[in-house]
Ligand binder design. Structure first.
Ligand SMILES: Nc1ncnc2c1ncn2[C@@H]1O[C@H](COP(=O)(O)OP(=O)(O)OP(=O)(O)O)[C@@H](O)[C@H]1O
Ligand SMILES: [Mg+2]
Length: 383
C-alpha cells in the first residue's frame, strides 16, 4: 500500500492498557499508520496542528485538565478540519454528530476490523462533506508590494474557471484597486460599495459584478482611494457568505497592508496563497508575517507559499529561502516578462493568451492543486 492511501491516525488516550491494545490491533495491518499516542489532552490541539493526522481517535473518558468532550470542542473551534472518532464504553453511549465535531464512535470492545473500517469510513465521509462544503476561497497575499499578486490572482481565477468552477475574483486591494486598471473597466463601473448595506440578494450581484470576457466575474474595489475606508468588516462578511453560496471558487487579490478588512478576508479564506520572490526584503517580511499569522492563530497549513519568478533567484540560494520559510514552498511560477507585460497591458489573462507557455502551465497546475486538495479546513478564524 502506498503511503498516500494510508490513513494517518493520532490517538488521544490516557489509559496505557487501552493505548497498548489499539497499538496491537494496528501493528498487524498497513491501512492505518499510527502517528502518536498523546496522553495529555491539553497538548492535543498543538499536536494535531503539527502532525496533521487524517483522523483523530479520542477517549471520551479522557481525564486531566482537558477532558474528552472539552477536547472535541477545542478541535471544532480551532477549525483544523480533521474528523474525530470518540472511543467510549457501552455505559457511556455517544451519538455521532459531525456538527458537534464527533464524526464517528467506537464502543469497546471492538476488533481490529471494527477499528480499521470505522477509521476508513469516517475519513471518507469527512472528505465527501468537505467537498460539498461549497466554495474554495483563496486569498492572494504578500507582505511586500509588487511581487505579482494581482497578476497571479487574475490568472488563477481564470484557470479555476477553465476547470469548470464558477469563479469570482474580488479586488480586495481596496485603495488602489489594481483590477480596474488591469481590465480597463469604465470609471463608473460599480464596486463592492454598490451592494445593498442591509440584505444582499443574489439578484443584486448581477448589477454590481464586472463580467469579464475571460469568463470570470469580478467584484471591483471602490473607484476612489478615499472610498476604501467605507468598506467595513461587516460588508466583507456579508458579501463572502453570499458569494460562497453561488461560486465554486473565490479568489481575492489583497493589498500588502493588514487592517481589519483585509484580516477579515484572510480569516474567511480556506487558503492564503502567500507570494514570495527571491529578494531579501520580501523574505524578511514573509518571516515576520509567519509570526503574525501564528499569533493570530492560523494553522500553518492555511498558508501556502508560492515562489513567483521562481527561475530568477537573483543570487539567492533556494535552500536559504526554504530555511527562512521553514519548509519547501508549495508552489512555483516561472518568470515571463514578455508575456506577462503584454497580456497585462492588453488586460487579458496570459493563461488564455498563451496556454502552452510554461508560466500558464504553472498557473494551471496551481489551480488544480488548490482545488484537488483533500479535506478543506473551512475558514480558520482568529482566536
Ligand atoms: N511571473 C512573472 N513574470 C514576469 N513578470 C511578472 C511576473 N509576475 C509579476 N510580474 C510583473 O511584476 C509587476 C508587478 O505585478 P503585480 O502588479 O501583479 O504585483 P502586485 O503584487 O499586485 O503589486 P501591488 O503590491 O502594487 O498590488 C508587473 O509589472 C508584472 O508584469
Ligand atoms: Mg496588485
Amino acid at each position: 500500500m502506498s503511503s498516500a492511501d494510508q490513513t494517518r491516525l493520532l490517538i488521544v488516550e490516557d489509559v496505557p492498557q487501552v493505548a497498548q491494545y489499539i497499538r496491537g490491533l494496528l501493528n498487524a495491518q498497513a491501512h492505518v499508520k499510527l502517528l502518536d499516542v498523546i496522553s495529555d489532552g491539553s497538548k492535543a490541539v498543538a499536536q494535531i496542528q503539527e502532525l496533521r493526522p487524517d483522523v483523530v481517535l479520542i477517549d471520551a473518558l479522557l481525564q486531566g485538565r482537558v477532558k474528552g468532550p472539552k477536547l472535541v470542542e477545542q478541535i471544532r473551534e480551532s477549525k483544523i478540519g480533521v474528523p474525530v472518532i470518540m472511543l467510549t464504553v457501552p455505559q457511556n453511549p455517544i451519538t455521532p454528530d459531525p456538527d458537534a465535531g464527533i464524526h464517528g464512535v467506537l464502543s469497546m470492545p471492538f476488533s481490529g476490523f471494527d477499528l480499521i473500517t470505522r477509521i476508513a469510513q469516517v475519513r471518507k465521509d469527512f472528505a465527501a462533506s468537505a467537498d460539498q462544503g461549497g466554495s474554495r476561497v483563496v486569498s492572494v497575499f504578500a507582505p511586500k508590494g509588487g511581487v505579482g499578486k494581482t497578476t497571479l490572482a487574475f490568472n488563477l481565477a481564470v484557470a479555476f474557471g477553465q476547470l469548470e468552477q464558477r469563479t469570482v475574483l474580488i479586488d480586495g486591494s481596496l485603495q488602489f484597486g489594481d483590477l480596474r486598471a488591469l481590465l480597463k473597466v469604465p470609471a463608473d463601473s460599480p464596486s463592492i460599495l454598490d451592494l445593498p448595506t442591509d440584505r444582499i440578494a443574489e439578484s443584486d450581484l448581477g448589477d454590481v459584478l464586472w463580467r469579464d470576457p475571460s469568463g470570470i466575474d469580478i467584484l471591483l474595489a471602490p473607484p476612489r482611494i478615499e472610498m476604501a475606508e467605507m468598506v467595513t468588516v461587516r460588508d466583507v462578511d456579508k458579501v463572502l457568505s453570499l458569494l460562497r453560496r453561488i461560486y465554486g471558487a473565490i479568489v481575492i487579490d489583497l493589498s500588502s497592508h493588514l487592517n481589519d478588512v483585509s484580516l477579515s478576508f484572510l480569516d474567511a479564506s480556506d487558503v492564503i496563497l502567500e507570494v514570495v520572490t527571491y529578494d531579501s526584503t520580501t523574505i524578511h517580511n514573509t518571516i515576520a508575517m509567519a509570526d503574525t499569522f501564528r499569533a493570530i492563530g492560523y494553522p500553518a497549513s492555511k498558508v501556502r507559499y508560492l515562489v513567483n519568478r521562481a527561475d530568477s533567484a537573483g543570487g539567492i540560494d533556494p535552500a536559504d529561502l526554504e530555511r527562512a520559510l521553514g519548509r519547501v514552498p508549495e508552489h512555483r511560477v516561472v518568470s515571463d516578462g514578455r508575456l506577462v507585460v503584454q497580456a497585462n497591458n492588453e488586460g487579458v489573462p496570459f493563461v488564455l493568451a498563451e496556454p502552452s507557455a510554461p508560466i500558464s502551465q504553472d498557473i494551471g497546475r496551481l489551480a488544480g492543486e488548490l482545488l484537488g486538495q483533500a479535506a478543506v479546513p473551512a475558514a480558520a478564524g482568529r482566536r
